[in-house]
Structures are given as structure tokens and as C-alpha cells.
Design a protein around this ligand. Structure first.
Ligand SMILES: [Zn+2]
Length: 686
């Protein structure tokens, strides 16, 4: 081939430069695989043999440490540019098809080489891409190279997956597990670690929310174990405060259920080019081996936890499931289900006379797709009905429930107390260790002895602090149980209804009690409101309630009061009516005193005629009407009125007068401007 190769090299090629492209995929290869790099540089010698002057061989090695599959390889781009501009006579590379690790790049380079009459050289020989056979060969080499890369990575990954399927792949273990000397997964032998993990699961069991679990650990000042992942302190146990992320990871981890799991998540490429971390369903995990090692919970508990986590997750509004009790008086928060579409209903609060009034709202899929609201139901009457139902039905089991609550609280506190005491013991143990080290050191070795003494002192201080912290929390816990709470728990045992209605019982607590008893409540608004209650025990009860009045209806004046207003309006003006109603002790629908405006409003809403309208209808005339009829001025009418010559009365709060047409017209000087009879007939006709 080399003799043929020499024929391919012409003076035209030699007049241009030779480009040597050097690449190693990873920095590790760059460091370890120096032989390959040396081979690549040896190609330079080949170029010189072929006739290129030594100083006309240009080395492109800016891509060292970059994979051929990556796209931003500056060196390769530069090479393509140089070839494209016809500056290259020959391109040199070790296993030249690896110049470009993806086929498209490679074929593009080949085409450009063919166009610009550039040769290609690798360890096997010299090629002229403008010759069909050479181009075919080079193309094949590129395709093979890409296939090889694929097979390689598939084999690598396949190996990992196969190992994982057998449960033999050694993974980083979550807190609470260690590998024993035989490489089996066992519970962490440290009792404090085990107890911390158990407490976390128990707390979640009790609270039903990851955040509440975190809060409990924070409030009780409990630390959580973690093992150092790498570095010189690898495997060492440290104690750190919990984070929400950590709690979620632990709760989601099937390892605690004694299950070996692999491939629980995957990266998904998104349209915007970013990768998103996605959790797979257990059926899609690459490996799932039940009872592979001892666990902290059962698989059933794990599945239940998953369901609860999902329920408390703030998911899309229409599939938001039960939520843990939050602040706010709405009893059915997190438990109300829409009877129309089956979605969970939200709670919205409106303020009315400094009280939060809940409304259960179903947005259906509306929030996402812009549909109108599904249904909304005023919460006041439903909440009341549910509360009454509870008080009626719950009494017999109240005692049991309370005792359980009390036991649980006590147990919880004992558990926390024990764990905190472990912290004290551990601190003491470290003090002993430091003291021993100090005792054993040669006293003449001042430097070491000094530093050990400092360490001993530090450990002593830490131990004292741990003890103080322990005592402080212990007293705090005792206060909690001995105080008000204990009395109220005992009261609950004897009188559930009273505790339920006790204003000191917080809304949250009430909802917690409700959650113990009721699974969910389905609300449907039709002619009436149907409330279908599903108790935890499996029984169901359906209540029907009248539709609550709208805000306007609620504010409406009582019908009887309205009748009185109607009657009074025959004789009195609006402000007089208001005065009389207040004297009679009557109130508006909103529970306030009447004033002119509210009487007007009732008149308007009930379409009652005003005093003025009634008097006019009875035949009285306005100042202007009478003045026109008689051809006299307003002044004259006023004078007649004050002298008692004509009958008149005030018809509204502005003091407007109405007149009866007089039987006898008092003597007067007619107004010069008006022609009385003509206008009076015209106006009378009007
Ligand atoms: Zn709905």
C-alpha cells in the first residue's frame, strides 16, 4: 500500500501543509495511555517520510481529554475549517476514522477532503477521498467505529444492569445500612443509628407528612446519622440535622423495606434540551429484589408510605389528593371530594364580620384547561352538619381514641428522650477515648501531649453541653405533658362533644380528630346539598342539607320587617321609617341599625313605592305642578302653606313638600309671566 500511497502524494499536496490531529477521549487516557499519544506523534515522522518538511506538519491537539462524541471540539472544527479552505494537503490521524466519533461529522469531513483534494493517512495506509474505493473504505471505517462505540457502551451498561439484576452490584447504601465483611447488606450495628431511622419512620406514620416529620426532629433537636461518602474519612459516622430532601429520600427509598432496588429514576431529555430527573414506577425499575436484606419497615408499609406521600404532595390541582390538616377552620379541608367530577375540592376563605367563612371549590380540570369552575359549596352548613354528626356518633369510641392518643404522646416522648440520652452517652464515650489517648502518650512528647489535651478538653465541653441539652429538653417535655394538655386529654376521654366544641381546641386539632374517623366526604350541590360521609371503619352516612343562602340572601331583610316597612311607608318618609324601626328594636339582615340608606335599599330591592310616590298616586301635587295649575309662584305657595290656607306635607328626608289641590283658591296676585289657564290645561293633560 505504501508504494501505491507514494503515487497518491503529488506536488500539489506537498505544497500545502500536513495536519496531525491528536486526540484522547478522557483526561485519564491522556495521563495513563501515553503510548497511544506517542503513536499519534510518530505519524509526524510518516508525513516527513512522504515528503512534507518537518516544520510544515501542524499538530492539532487542543481536543485532548474530549470525547469524540461531544460536539464542541474546537480542534476538530479547526481541522475542518483548514481542510475546507484548501490549506491541508493531508490529514494524519491514528485510526483516522476516530477523528470524528459520529458518522455525520466523519462523512462531512470526507466530502470536504474530496472537494479540496486532501489526502487522509492513518497507520494502515494513505487514502484519497476523491477515489470512490478509498471513500467507501473510509466511510465503512467511520461506521464501524461508531458501531464499536455503541457496542462498547451497551456492553458496559449491560454488565452493570445484569449485575444489578442479580443484586450483586455494590451500591452506596442509605443511612442505617452497612456492608458486612462478606459484602452483605446488614443493619448498621450502631444502635443509635438504627433507632434514629426507626423514629423517622414512626414519626412519619404518626404525622403522615414528610414536613411534619422534619419539624418533629427539628423541634426535638434530634440529629440524623450520615456516613461520609469519600475522602480520607470515608465510612465515618457523622450526625447532622435532617433536611426535607433527606426525609423524602429516606421515605421513598425501598431499601428500608429490605428491598434491593436499582434504576428507580432516569434522565429524560426534554424539548428544551435540558434533562429532567424522572421517578419510575416500581414495575419499571431495572432491579427489584424483595427481602434481599433486613429492613426497617415491611414492603406493605413502604407502599402505604408512597401513597401517603403522593397524597400530601402538592400535585396538579385536579389530582391533589388528601392533604394533611392545615390551619384554618374548614373542617373538610383535604377530605372533600367533588360529587360531580370526583376531584379533590379546595378550600377558599372569605372574611365576613372578622370570621373566616370557608367555601369548598372544585376547579375540576378548569385551572389547567381554562374550563369554568365545576361547583362550589358554602362550607358553613356542611361543616356544622359534619360536626354534629361526629358529636352524635363518636361518643362511644371517644374513650378508646383518647387513650390511644395519650399513649402515643407518652411513647413518642420516651423515644425522643432515649435517643437524646444516646447522644449524651456517645459524648461521654468520646471523652473517655480522648482521655485514654492522652494517658497513653509519652509525657516527654510535649507537642502530641498538648494537642491531645486540647482534644480531651473539647470533648469534655461537648459532653457537658450534650448533658445540659438533654436535661433542658427533658424538662420541656415534662412541662408539655404535665400541663394544660394532659387535663384536656383526660377531659376528651370523658366528654368528646365538649372538647370538640371547646374554643381552646384548635382547628387543626379538630381536623386531626376528624381525620382519625372520616376517610372522605363527597359533596354534591343540586336542589339540595348531598353530603356523603365515608367513615374509616367502612360505614357510610348520607346527609341532605338545604342549599345555603347566597351572601345577598343572607343579608336580605326579614320578610316580616319588610311588611312593616311597607306599612310605615304609607305615612312616613324613609328616615322616619328608619327611626321607628330602630325604636321597635328591629335590625337589618346584616344585623345592623336601620338608616335612611338601608330603608331606601329595602324599598328598591322589594320594589316598594316611596311615600312620595304613594302621595302622588293619591292625588297630591308637587310645588311645580300646583304652581303651574294655579299660575302662582313657589313663594306664594309657601306663604299660603305657612298661613294654613292650603294643605301640604313633607314627602321625603330632603324636606320636599306636596300639596292637595285647594277647594278654595286664596286671593293672590297672579304671576305676570304666566298665563294660568292655558298652561294649567296643558299641564293637566300631561
Ligand atoms: Zn368537580
Amino acid at each position: 500500500m505504501s508504494s501505491e500511497g507514494h503515487q497518491k502524494v503529488t506536488a500539489r499536496h506537498l505544497a500545502r501543509s500536513a495536519y496531525l490531529y491528536v486526540r484522547q477521549s478522557t483526561m485519564r487516557q491522556v495521563i495513563e495511555n501515553t503510548e497511544s499519544t506517542e503513536r499519534q506523534y510518530a505519524l509526524r515522522q510518516r508525513a516527513v517520510t512522504l515528503g512534507w518538511p518537518n516544520d510544515n506538519v501542524i499538530v492539532i491537539d487542543t481536543d485532548l481529554g474530549q470525547s469524540g462524541a461531544s460536539t464542541d471540539r474546537e480542534g476538530f472544527q479547526k481541522l475542518v475549517a483548514e481542510v475546507g479552505m484548501g490549506r491541508a494537503g493531508i490529514v494524519l490521524g491514528l485510526e483516522v476514522s476516530r477523528l470524528a466519533r459520529n458518522s455525520t461529522d466523519w462523512h462531512r469531513l470526507l466530502e470536504i477532503c474530496a472537494l479540496t483534494d486532501t489526502l487522509i493517512l492513518d497507520e494502515d495506509g494513505i487514502y484519497d477521498p476523491s477515489h470512490f474505493n478509498d471513500r467507501l473504505l473510509l466511510g465503512l471505517k467511520g461506521t464501524m467505529s461508531e458501531a464499536e462505540l455503541h457496542v462498547l457502551s451497551a456492553r458496559l451498561r449491560g454488565g452493570i444492569i445484569n449485575k444489578a439484576r442479580r443484586g450483586a452490584l455494590r451500591l452506596r447504601l442509605p443511612a442505617g445500612f452497612v456492608y458486612d465483611p462478606q459484602g452483605r447488606v446488614v443493619l448498621d450495628p450502631d444502635k443509635q443509628v438504627q433507632e434514629s431511622v426507626r423514629l423517622l419512620f414512626q414519626t412519619f406514620q404518626r404525622t403522615g407528612a414528610a414536613h411534619a416529620t422534619l419539624k418533629y426532629f427539628r423541634n426535638e433537636r434530634l440529629l440524623f446519622p450520615t456516613r461520609v461518602n469519600g475522602g480520607p474519612r470515608k465510612g465515618e459516622l457523622t450526625w447532622v440535622p435532617l433536611s426535607l430532601n433527606r426525609v423524602a429520600c429516606i421515605l421513598h427509598s425501598p431499601w428500608y423495606a429490605g428491598t434491593y432496588a436499582f434504576g428507580r429514576t432516569r434522565w429524560r431529555k426534554q424539548p428544551n434540551g435540558k434533562n429532567r430527573y424522572e421517578r419510575r414506577a416500581p414495575s419499571e425499575w431495572l432491579a427489584l429484589i424483595r427481602d434481599a436484606h433486613p429492613g426497617y419497615i415491611s414492603w406493605e408499609e413502604y407502599e402505604q408510605n408512597e401513597r401517603r406521600l403522593k397524597a400530601s404532595a402538592k400535585a396538579l390541582p385536579f389530582d391533589r389528593s388528601q392533604t394533611p390538616p392545615r390551619e384554618g377552620p374548614a373542617l373538610l379541608q383535604g377530605r372533600a371530594v367533588c360529587g360531580v367530577c370526583g376531584s379533590r375540592m379546595h378550600v377558599r376563605y372569605t372574611m365576613r364580620r372578622e370570621q373566616q367563612i370557608p367555601t369548598y371549590v372544585c376547579v375540576g380540570r378548569g385551572q389547567l384547561y381554562g374550563d369554568p369552575l365545576c361547583q362550589n359549596i358554602l362550607g358553613t352548613s356542611t361543616d356544622l352538619a359534619i360536626a354534629n354528626l361526629l358529636v352524635e356518633t363518636v361518643t362511644p369510641i371517644a374513650l378508646e381514641m383518647t387513650l390511644a392518643v395519650q399513649q402515643e404522646i407518652q411513647g413518642r416522648l420516651d423515644e425522643a428522650d432515649r435517643l437524646r440520652h444516646r447522644q449524651v452517652e456517645r459524648a461521654q464515650y468520646e471523652v473517655d477515648l480522648a482521655r485514654q489517648r492522652y494517658m497513653h502518650v509519652d509525657p516527654t512528647n510535649r507537642l502530641v501531649a498538648d494537642s491531645l489535651e486540647v482534644e480531651w478538653n473539647a470533648k469534655l465541653r461537648a459532653s457537658v453541653e450534650a448533658r445540659e441539652e438533654y436535661e433542658r429538653q427533658r424538662t420541656a417535655d415534662q412541662l408539655v405533658v404535665d400541663g394544660e394538655q394532659r387535663r384536656r386529654i383526660v377531659a376528651l376521654a370523658t366528654d368528646f362533644p365538649a372538647v370538640w366544641r371547646d374554643p381552646k381546641t384548635s382547628d387543626r386539632e379538630r381536623k386531626r380528630m376528624l381525620a382519625l374517623l372520616i376517610e372522605d366526604v363527597t359533596l354534591t350541590k343540586q336542589q339540595q346539598i348531598t353530603v356523603a360521609v365515608r367513615f374509616r371503619a367502612g360505614t357510610t352516612t348520607t346527609l341532605t342539607l338545604p342549599r345555603p343562602l347566597t351572601a345577598q340572601q343572607l343579608r336580605a331583610t326579614h320578610p316580616e320587617v319588610r311588611q312593616q316597612i311597607d306599612a310605615l311607608l304609607a305615612d312616613y318618609t324613609d328616615d322616619q321609617v328608619a327611626h321607628i324601626l330602630n325604636e321597635r328594636g328591629l335590625r337589618t339582615g346584616a344585623g345592623e341599625d336601620f338608616d335612611t340608606a338601608s330603608v331606601k335599599w329595602v324599598r328598591f330591592a322589594a320594589k316598594l313605592p316611596s311615600l312620595k310616590q304613594r302621595l302622588l298616586a293619591a292625588g297630591m301635587l308637587t310645588t311645580r305642578q300646583l304652581g303651574d295649575k294655579l299660575g302662582v309662584e313657589r313663594k306664594t305657595l309657601g306663604r299660603w302653606r305657612t298661613r294654613g290656607l292650603i294643605q301640604a306635607r313633607i314627602c321625603n328626608e330632603r324636606g320636599e313638600w306636596l300639596y292637595w289641590f285647594p277647594n278654595e283658591i286664596p286671593p293672590h296676585r297672579p304671576s305676570p309671566k304666566r298665563t294660568p289657564l292655558a298652561t294649567s290645561t296643558v299641564r293637566g293633560a300631561l
